[in-house]
Design a protein around this ligand. Structure first.
Ligand SMILES: Cc1ncc(COP(=O)(O)O)c(C=O)c1O
Length: 376
């Protein structure tokens, strides 16, 4: 495919947040500073820890003509191939406090469960992971590789959560979930604190001030963790742009309506980890003020972007980016194609944009299919 074709790419929906007010103190009260420091101290001591690469997408920038476009390559995060390695596994370590006789449980759409299973295996703990019927067999196998028992539940993600809660209560298993609710906050806070390491690393990987960050959201945990990292580690506050699949825009709808909105997903997005119908509670309180803008994209450009990353169309190096690694790039391109929106968001030749490449080929089978389709 020719890179010039990207000049026709469009986003689906865009909303500028009229309640925007980035307040470091408020954010670091919601996701406390000491949790951020502790997660960094703990995870950076793990075996095989190293910073994931911050890659320059210079070929994409030859077209978009900004100052820099950085891509944080989470496909290299431990051997889990996703930023999620920083969350669930860290929460397991904190919550188990060295005990060896507990059983960890969790419900997942994929990557969170792998992280929890890996975290339990690292510490020699038993682990039960609940998945819905929509989770692919490849993802189940990846979780089983880390020694967890996987329990399939018919229905959707919510059904897998209910079943996990029910059996965990009955058997006294310790739940490690990444979604916060009114009565369940501490463990999700640990996962968000883990994600903030990406920003701590970036603050040491470039001397350029980041002006814009594109953050994918499912329930908003990753975005909120990164925002907390920005509040803690960045000297200047960049514009925060939240990206979602157009059929699963619970963050955009909540921010637009100034209250938590549960949406109905008519068709699951190919960006499976982001196909969520309701925000996590703490991320809602963080993102309702910290995000400048919400944008949604369709699935139609996912495979093309997977192929462009792999085939060095965007950078000098080949990048393995799975489905959820693509929407930041798709929305950046689409916004730059719209002169009015581009100006509104101050995207110009002085901009240093950060894109989070959330995952690699975490689902190997799907990745191969997307690559094949994108190369056609
Ligand atoms: C693989 C994967 N899963 C899930 C998510 C969503 O994270 P969260 O539900 O914390 O917003 C992302 C990124 O947004 C992702 O890349």
């Amino acid at each position: 495919m020719k890179l010039s074709n990207i000049s026709r790419w469009k986003y689906s929906n865009l909303f500028i947040n009229s309640s925007y007010n980035f307040n470091r103190k408020r954010i670091l009260k919601l996701i406390p500073s000491n949790l951020l420091l502790n997660s960094n101290k703990t995870i950076s001591k793990w075996k095989n820890y190293k910073k994931t690469p911050l890659i320059n997408l210079e070929k994409l920038n030859q077209i978009l003509r900004l100052n820099k476009i950085f891509y944080k390559d989470e496909s290299k995060r431990f051997h889990l191939k996703s930023f999620k390695a920083l969350g669930g596994a860290y929460a397991v370590e904190k919550i188990s406090k060295g005990k060896k006789n507990i059983v960890i449980s969790s419900a997942t759409a994929g990557n969170h469960g792998r992280s929890v299973a890996w975290g339990a295996q690292r510490l020699g703990l038993k682990c039960k992971i609940f998945v819905s019927q929509h989770v692919s067999e490849t993802r189940v196998k990846e979780i089983e590789k880390f020694g967890a028992d996987v329990i399939r539940v018919s229905g959707n993600y919510e059904n897998s959560i209910s079943e996990c809660k029910k059996l965990s209560k009955k058997n006294n298993w310790v739940i490690v979930q990444d979604v916060s609710t009114k009565n369940y906050n501490y463990v999700p806070l640990l996962t968000m604190a883990g994600y903030s390491i990406m920003i701590k690393e970036i603050s040491k990987q470039t001397t350029h001030y980041i002006t814009h960050i594109f953050l994918q959201a499912g329930v908003g945990g990753m975005a909120a963790g990164v925002v907390a990292g920005v509040a803690k580690y960045f000297k200047r506050i960049p514009k925060i742009i939240i990206v979602e699949p157009d059929g699963a825009d619970c963050v955009l709808q909540s921010i637009k309506n100034k209250q938590l909105k549960k949406i109905i997903i008519k068709k699951e997005s190919i960006m499976g980890g982001m196909s969520c119908n309701e925000m996590s509670l703490i991320p809602w309180h963080v993102l309702k003020k910290a995000s400048d803008c919400c944008v949604t994209v369709s699935d139609s450009k996912v495979s093309k972007t997977v192929a462009m990353l792999k085939d060095k169309k965007l950078s000098k190096t080949s990048i393995i980016g799975g489905e959820c690694a693509t929407p930041g790039i798709i929305s950046l391109i689409s916004i730059c194609n719209n002169t009015k929106t581009k100006k509104l968001l101050d995207l110009n030749e002085k901009s240093n944009v950060l894109i989070i490449g959330c995952e690699g080929n975490a689902d190997v089978k799907l990745y191969k299919q997307l690559l094949f389709k994108g190369r056609k």
